[in-house]
Design a protein around this ligand. Structure first.
Ligand SMILES: [Zn+2]
Length: 226
C-alpha cells in the first residue's frame, strides 16, 4: 500500500505544481487526508480513495486536456512497462524502453532525450529530479492492464491517435513497394495484400492484416474512452 500511496503523492505534487500552489508538502498531505476520509466514509480501500481524489482534482485543472504542446511528446517507459511502450508506438508516439535499465541510467537517458518518464515505481517518483519536476514523469498504479495503462496515459496527456510507428523500435513507417519486397513477404499474404510498410529505423516489415485490425480497434476504443 505504501508504494501506491507514494505514487499518488507524486501525482498530487505534480498537480499542485501545475496549479502553481505554494506549500506543496502540505497540499499533498491534505489531499492524502481527503482520500483517507473518503475511504473511511465509504468503506473503500485507500487506493480507491486516492484514485478518486486524484480524478477529482485533475478534472479541476484549468489547462485544456488536449495536448497543445508544440514539442513532440515522447515517453520513456520504465523496465516493467515494455507492453505499454509497444502500444504507445502503435498509437504513433515515441516511447523508449530498455529492459533491466538501472534507475540512474533511466533518469539520465530521459533527461537527455528529453522524455516524460512513465513508471509504476512510487519510490522512483521520490527521486529529486522527478519530485521537483525537472524531468517530467507520471506514475501508473501497478495493478492496471496494458489497455488500462494506455487509456490512462491517453487521458492524462490529452493524446489522440497518430500515424502508427514501429511497435518494435518506435521508428517511422514508410510505405514500400510490394514488388521490391517480394522475397520478404509470405506468399499467401503477397496474394491478398497490397499495402506494405517498412520501419525506417529497424527495417521491420508491416502490413495491414488481421493483427493490424485488432490493434486499430483496441486503440480506437482507448481513444474513445471505453
Ligand atoms: Zn522499427
Amino acid at each position: 500500500m505504501s508504494r501506491i500511496r507514494r505514487g499518488y503523492e507524486a501525482r498530487f505534487r505534480a498537480l499542485l505544481r501545475q496549479a502553481r500552489a505554494r506549500r506543496l508538502d502540505q497540499g499533498v498531505e491534505w489531499l492524502v487526508g481527503q482520500a483517507r476520509d473518503l475511504s473511511a466514509r465509504e468503506g473503500i480501500a485507500l487506493a480507491e480513495g486516492l484514485a478518486r481524489v486524484y480524478e477529482r482534482s485533475a478534472a479541476r485543472r484549468t489547462a485544456p486536456k488536449v495536448n497543445t504542446d508544440p514539442l513532440p511528446i515522447r515517453f520513456f517507459c520504465d523496465s516493467g512497462l515494455g507492453g505499454l511502450a509497444r502500444w504507445l508506438r502503435a498509437a504513433g508516439y515515441e516511447a523508449a524502453w530498455r529492459p533491466h535499465i538501472a534507475d540512474d541510467e533511466l533518469l539520465r537517458q530521459a533527461r537527455t532525450l528529453p522524455a516524460t518518464i512513465l513508471t509504476t515505481d512510487g519510490m522512483l517518483m521520490e527521486r529529486r529530479l522527478l519530485r521537483d519536476g525537472i524531468i517530467p514523469s507520471f506514475w501508473l498504479p501497478p495493478t492496471l492492464s496494458i489497455r488500462q495503462q494506455l487509456a490512462l496515459v491517453f487521458r492524462e496527456f490529452g493524446l489522440t491517435l497518430r500515424e502508427p510507428r514501429c511497435m518494435s523500435c518506435g521508428g517511422e513507417l514508410r510505405p514500400a513497394s510490394k514488388e521490391a519486397l517480394r522475397d520478404r513477404i509470405p506468399p499467401r499474404t503477397y496474394r491478398w495484400r497490397d499495402d506494405y510498410f517498412v520501419c525506417r529505423r529497424c527495417d521491420k516489415l508491416f502490413w495491414h492484416g488481421t493483427h493490424w485490425q485488432r490493434i486499430v480497434s483496441t486503440l480506437t476504443g482507448v481513444e474513445a474512452g471505453h
